[in-house]
Design a protein around this ligand. Structure first.
Ligand code: FAD
Length: 543
């Protein structure tokens, strides 16, 4: 009989986990507390406690070719960077294509997940759920995949802001922000310059009388598009680049990157200057921030020192009066209240995980946590690989090393990140994109063998090595191999171009192209012969 696996959540991580269960012969039962798939990408007018929540205008920062599931490219006509509604549409297409919906119990919340008394033998879990009518049910599962998301617990560090209790205006977290309508004509301070802080400040600056963006440490700002208007990740996330940059000293790389970003817009001049070197922390992605600063509608400010009623005093001594609202874009914490407390092993209530997936303390590796990571690339393909690995471990097809070895690897990973992220909980989340994907892929046996590919199928090999590290690379061979992967790699740039081909532009006719090529080639030969005419007899050994 197939092993039964509980999948908690039907966001992008939950959907791929259901599919991976099916691929490995497991029987998935997914519990989703909302009434739809898509998780945080499904926009809701009002935030709900304990659930993720986004603003109306959110657009994915990862290009479609880099964020798609490895055996299901985003339709070619979809834009390269999708609005949240389209992202959900894509997830629905995936769910329908692989018949995943029938495995999902909507409006059913997981209340608790506990090891059964015979766990050390059976590896089984007792899962308690509550459905839409408040009916509680207890189920037994052979495995659990936690796909409950990270962005559920907004952090508002009110105690860091003396006098905040005297502020008469609105105070919210970005988790509650939906659109700029309530702030029309107002004076707003946005605190924090992560991706959300940048997006929200830009959006508000078009509606507010004035928008102030306050930051303690600044940030490196990079656009979604780079040279020739191509998507950032598709040009940057390549194996060749990783290999080449790996050979260069980090200080030199920092210098090159910072110089290149400062040439687009001088971060010091724009008040964005970061306290960190560019490679030490995540950059923020924003196409419009410098433009809004340039027109004066968005004003960069230092850290808020204190509030005095509706007056805000900043660290540099400057004062802004008559502030109507403060929006904290100060990030999130994560919590899995349904898991046993024993799994939260870190000092800060964090869950320590081997390769960011398995708690090493479990006697049997039958519970895995999906998507608990941060990286400079797209999260979705990383989670898909996690799910492919975790389902194989639960199915008994892959095995984990002994607990002591896993602990050592966890410690080593955290230590490597502590320099950039002094908070151990944050440090534990960071992974380098391609190396992380490859580490998991090697365990599953699906990491592309570049040398072999270059010999056997150079067209694909060259694209895998020099081109973007698209998820299809992990479907070329091994378990879960997909016949369409080769073609998907060969056509990945066509799908980038397709949505932009909205205005026919005539190609130069082949006659005129050949004519000019022929003419210039001929002229070059005549010119070379004339220049060498004295040497030719000598060269040809003619008297
Ligand atoms: P979620 O989408 O949060 O889904 C979790 C699901 O679990 C929800 O549907 C929830 O209802 C359900 N759930 C939770 N608890 C329970 C329970 N107890 N019982 C039953 N159901 C439960 N990543 C990128 O790669 N690229 C981007 O451009 C990008 N942009 C982002 C922008 C914003 C504003 C945010 C907040 C995040 C962004 N991310 C981005 C990261 C994003 O979180 C992940 O990429 C990914 O979509 C997370 O999917 P998930 O399924 O793990 O979690």
């Amino acid at each position: 009989m197939a092993k039964r696996v509980a999948v908690i959540g039907a966001g992008s991580s939950g959907l791929t986990s259901i599919k991976c269960c099916l691929d490995e012969g497991l029987e998935p039962v997914c519990f989703e507390s909302s009434d739809d798939v898509g998780g945080l990408w499904k926009f809701k007018e009002k935030p709900e406690a304990g659930r993720c929540s986004i603003y109306r205008s959110v657009i994915v920062n990862s290009p479609k070719e880099m964020m798609c599931y490895s055996d299901f490219p985003v339709p070619d006509h979809y834009p390269n960077f999708m609005h949240n509604s389209m992202t959900v549409q894509y997830f629905k297409l995936y769910a329908e294509h692989f018949s995943l919906l029938k495995h999902i119990h909507f409006q059913t919340t997981v209340r608790s997940v506990r090891q059964r008394p015979d766990f050390s033998d059976s590896g089984q879990w007792e899962v308690v759920t509550v459905d839409r009518d408040g009916r509680e049910e207890t189920h037994v599962f052979d495995g659990v995949l936690v796909c409950a998301g990270l962005y559920t617990q907004p952090i508002i560090p009110l105690s860091d802001f003396p006098g905040i209790d005297t502020f008469p205006g609105t105070i919210i977290h970005s988790w509650e922000y939906k659109d700029p309508c309530p702030y029309l004509g107002k004076r707003v301070v946005v605190i924090g310059i992560g991706n959300s802080g940048g997006d929200i400040a830009v959006e508000l600056s078009r509606a507010c009388e004035k928008t102030f963006l306050s930051t303690r440490k600044g940030a490196w700002v990079i656009g979604r598009v780079v040279d020739r208007g191509l998507p950032l990740d598709m040009t940057m996330m390549t194996r060749a680049r990783d290999l080449f940059y790996g050979l260069l000293p980090r200080a030199l790389l920092n210098w090159i990157w910072e110089r290149s970003l400062n040439q687009r817009h001088d971060h010091k001049l724009y008040g964005l200057q970061s306290a960190h070197r560019i490679l030490d922390q995540r950059t923020i992605i924003n196409d419009n921030l410098p433009g809004r600063i340039l027109v004066g509608e968005l004003v960069m400010k230092s850290n808020v020192q204190k509030f005095q009623g509706s007056t805000v005093v900043f660290d540099d001594g400057t004062v802004e009066e008559k502030i109507d609202a403060v929006i904290f874009c100060t990030g999130y914490d994560y919590k899995f209240p349904f898991l046993p407390a024993s799994l939260s092993s870190g000092s800060d209530g964090d869950v320590r995980l081997y390769r960011r997936v398995f708690p090493p303390s479990l006697e049997r590796p039958t519970l895995a946590i999906m998507g608990l990571l941060q990286t400079k690339g797209s999260i979705m393909p990383a989670v898909e690989l996690q799910a492919r690995w975790a389902t194989r471990v639960i199915a008994g097809l892959n095995h984990l090393p002994p607990a002591e070895k896993m602990d050592k690897i966890i410690e080593k990973d955290i230590k490597a990140n502590l320099k950039s992220y002094p908070c151990p909980k944050l440090a534990a989340l960071q992974v380098d994109y391609i190396p992380y994907l490859d580490t998991i892929a090697k365990d599953v046996g699906i990491c592309p063998n570049i040398a072999w590919l270059l010999l056997r199928d150079p067209a694909v090999g060259l694209r895998v090595f020099f081109g973007p590290c698209t998820p299809y690379q992990f479907r070329l061979s091994g378990p879960g191999h997909w016949k369409g992967a080769r073609q998907a790699i060969l056509t990945q740039w066509d799908r980038v171009a397709k949505p932009m081909k909205t205005r026919p532009i005539p190609e130069p006719s082949s006659f005129s192209l050949f004519f000019w090529l022929g003419l210039s080639g001929g002229a070059a030969v005549i010119f070379a012969l004339m220049a060498m005419q004295k040497k030719i007899p000598l060269f040809l050994n003619i008297d």
